[in-house]
Design a protein around this ligand. Structure first.
Ligand code: PLP
Length: 226
């Protein structure tokens, strides 16, 4: 067995254990394999080990890799998207985790309409108020909710966050809990169910799952150090 398939198996086990700890089934949490910086041959190995969902943070990297790989792969964009790249990304990436402003959401909605598709998105929230991070502040997302909910070509699955890094995962846990609480509040206030919470990376995904993550974005724990 390759390292990659062994790592995937190990992580699936950790996902199942963390889900069980919070009274959920293993299939309530999806694993997104973050393949940024790794060549397509490595992605193919993970795909052959039955990993279907892959995340990339740069548009150009998805444009380069996707044509070299099986069409069954489901690509997720997890990095900041510039409006002028939307038209290229939408046909390739079924999911965009990094919708970080109302203006970007409106641009995606318009182009998805032109391309006659529905864009599946998460709204990125800067939950730990980190100046270096993209995302809606909780106040901004409350204000933007009604116009967001009216965008007909967007399917808003839920919220995504990248909390400020801490080596101590217990310091990150309150940020994950805060994203879940914000989701509960928003879905109460509008007609959007917002079931999805995209949160947790290699060093903290089990804690994210304990706090309600439905999709974890894991790179180095699968593929090794970048
Ligand atoms: C790189 C990246 C990850 C994965 O990070 P690892 O620490 O390698 O698991 C997750 N989310 C985003 C947005 C990233 O850019």
């Amino acid at each position: 067995m390759s390292d990659i398939s062994a790592n995937l198996e190990l992580i699936q086990g950790q996902i199942a254990a963390a889900a069980a700890k919070s009274g959920r089934t293993p299939d309530s949490v999806q694993l997104l394999a973050v393949s940024k910086t790794y060549p397509s041959e490595i992605v193919r190995q993970a795909f052959l080990a039955r990993q279907i969902r892959f995340g990339e943070n740069r548009v150009q990297e998805v444009l380069d890799k996707a044509p070299q790989l099986p069409p069954e792969i489901e690509w997720h964009l997890i990095g900041h998207l510039q409006k002028n790249k939307t038209r290229k990304v939408l046909p390739l990436c079924a999911w965009i985790h990094s919708v970080d402003s109302l203006k970007l959401a409106e641009a995606i909605n318009r182009i998805a309409g032109e391309l006659n598709l529905k864009a599946n998105v998460y709204l990125q929230v800067n939950i730990s108020d980190d100046e270096a991070k993209f995302g809606f502040s909780p106040a901004e997302i409350r204000q933007s909710l009604t116009p967001l909910a009216n965008l007909q070509h967007l399917h808003i699955e839920g919220l995504m966050t990248i909390p400020e890094f801490s080596a101590d995962v217990e310091k990150t846990r309150p940020h994950f809990a805060a994203l879940r609480e914000l989701r509960d509040e928003l879905s109460n206030d509008c007609d959007l169910p917002l079931p999805g919470l995209s949160m947790g990376m290699s060093h903290d995904f089990t804690v994210a799952i304990e706090e309600g993550a439905t999709i974890v974005r894991v790179g180095s724990a699968i593929f090794g150090k970048r």
